[in-house]
Design a protein around this ligand. Structure first.
Ligand code: URA
Length: 230
């Protein structure tokens, strides 16, 4: 929300007072004086007028997990271990997953409490490539490459998948880059050829690659430059 709107929504100040407070440089956001009425205030921002705290803000948190096979990308599950069970962090209720992976899929999983950030990662509109290493039961034919580029019609969603880059690595393995994250998308794409995916591992989401130092099940906080890259 814009800073001027945030301030005038509070019972403390009228719109005119808000304009004056900004001009008089009495407003601080995250410890910096801000005079721009358009400045974006988020739930993570600390907002002060003079020495009065108007919003404490809460810490934005971002983690990269090497998801192991045999665990669900959910915050709660009655039966199975969840990816959140792998995190030793407080207030886990606050966290969500930016782009789920299937139960047996491994690799890069990003977990955060910042909804705007995770939407940028997952919205097809932003076209961030998600890169997977894939192994299949049947050989990967040369003709697949053109079909992955052309797109697959998914009747359930009534859509055709956006162009995807398939790079065969061997007779039964490939690297695949897709910009969407439809339900079981990779498996359904290979399913068009009745070719079962036997291994699926996410290597990268946009500019963020899985840290090779992370063993399956391990995680770390993202570095500021990684957060800013999205
Ligand atoms: N596509 C799939 O089919 N499964 C995943 O886990 C991720 C992408």
């Amino acid at each position: 929300m814009r800073l001027d709107r945030f301030l005038s929504n509070l019972p403390n100040f009228s719109r005119q007072q808000v304009r004056l407070l900004l001009v008089e440089r009495r407003v601080r956001v995250d410890a910096q004086v801000v005079a721009d009425p358009h400045h974006e205030v988020r739930e993570f921002s600390r907002v002060e007028v003079d020495d009065q705290l108007l919003q404490a803000g809460r810490p934005a948190r971002y983690f990269m997990l090497h998801k192991p096979a045999g665990c669900v990308s959910a915050t709660f599950d009655r039966q199975h271990r969840t990816v959140l069970d792998l995190l030793d962090e407080p207030d886990k209720d606050d966290l969500h997953i930016a782009g789920r992976l299937d139960y047996n899929t491994t690799g890069l999983l990003l977990i955060t409490n910042d909804g705007q950030w995770s939407r940028r990662l997952t919205q097809p509109r932003t076209k961030l490539p998600k890169v997977y290493y894939v192994e299949t039961e049947q050989p990967i034919e040369a003709a697949y490459v053109a079909k992955f580029l052309e797109g697959f019609y998914f009747a359930f969603e009534d859509l055709t998948t956006l162009p995807a880059q398939l790079l065969p690595l061997s007779s039964h393995s490939a690297r695949l880059s897709i910009v969407e994250g439809r339900y079981h998308q990779v498996k359904r794409m290979f399913g068009f050829y009745n070719n079962k995916v036997t291994r699926l591992h996410r290597e990268r989401m946009g500019p963020l690659s899985l840290d090779p130092a992370l063993a399956p099940g391990a995680y770390r906080a993202l570095h500021p430059a990684e957060i800013a890259a999205i």
